[in-house]
Design a protein around this ligand. Structure first.
Ligand SMILES: Cc1cc2nc3c(=O)[nH]c(=O)nc-3n(C[C@H](O)[C@H](O)[C@H](O)COP(=O)(O)OP(=O)(O)OC[C@H]3O[C@@H](n4cnc5c(N)ncnc54)[C@H](O)[C@@H]3O)c2cc1C
Length: 240
């Protein structure tokens, strides 16, 4: 989630200014076809040809887009299962620990659950995203029934990767499907442990395959600085 006025909203234009006119938002890719000279990508606005394609989405979404998936792509991407989780945005602080001093960004709830029940977690979004408000915004996973319906702001379903032995074996086969030779690259948190940093780790691997050298000195144009150059322990350099 990105909240208005947050650091990401300020960082994003600085990262994308050099190529902002070429970013297509709200353009779901419906089909990707590779041939000897390039990649043809279809969206509701039509088809476009590119040299290479990076699929920064979930494994099943990537497979669904590939109109000419190889057997290796089918095997590897098909071995990464996902589980849907119900996610509710609400203001019912009863889902947080009874003692307010114990409230944290992530609050796990294990009470009255048998071993088969999925773990419930409630995020205190005000702490997690430094939201300054008299209202405490919460996001709860897998505990919809406990939330006061009058305090629900929105209900969503998000898919999380599930980690299985087959999936782990598939993670090790990334090089079989992702390379400039195949004009196709795959990244996303599912290539490691499913967290944000795993998405970044996998994106750096793709960037390196495409010839980006992390060790190279940053360009002089500040708007083109990579994210890690802008980040300081306090937040984003030069941004309030
Ligand atoms: C409720 C919740 C809380 C979480 N909390 C944390 C946390 O506290 N810390 C943490 O490290 N991780 C957390 N995670 C996990 C984290 O969000 C994921 O690891 C991360 O977002 C995965 O990044 P990704 O780039 O792999 O996939 P995503 O962020 O899911 O990005 C995939 C993108 O692909 C796009 N896409 C899909 N299909 C198409 C298509 N056909 N055409 C074009 N675009 C398409 C989607 O719109 C989406 O923008 C949380 C996840 C959830 C759901």
């Amino acid at each position: 989630m990105v909240h208005p006025g947050g650091w990401f909203e300020k960082l994003y234009p600085r990262l994308t200014t050099p190529y902002a006119s070429r970013i297509h938002l709200n353009s779901p890719v419906t089909r990707i076809i590779r041939d000897n000279t390039g990649v043809v990508i279809t969206t509701p606005s039509g088809t476009q040809r590119f040299d290479q394609v990076v699929l920064a989405c979930h494994a099943d979404q990537a497979l669904a887009m590939l109109g000419d998936a190889s057997s290796a792509e089918q095997e590897i991407l098909g071995a990464m299962p996902y589980q849907d989780n119900e996610v509710v945005l609400h203001t019912d602080t009863a889902l947080l620990p009874r003692r307010q001093r114990a409230w944290a960004s992530w609050n796990y709830r294990l009470d009255q659950r048998d071993s088969e029940a999925r773990v419930s977690v409630t995020y205190d979004m005000n702490i997690l995203q430094r939201i300054e408000s008299d209202t405490t915004f919460c996001v709860t996973l897998n505990d919809s029934a406990s939330i006061d319906p009058n305090k629900v702001l929105g209900r969503y379903t998000y898919a999380h990767p599930q980690f299985t032995l087959a999936g782990q074996a598939a993670q090790g086969r990334h090089a079989e499907i992702s390379s400039t030779a195949y004009r196709t690259h795959f990244c996303g948190a599912y290539w490691r442990n499913g967290f944000h940093e795993d998405g970044v780790w996998s994106a750096l691997r793709v960037a390196q395959a495409l010839g980006c050298d992390e060790a190279a000195p940053p360009p002089s144009q500040p708007s083109a600085l990579p994210a890690h150059e802008l980040l300081t322990p306090q937040g984003v350099e030069g941004l309030g």
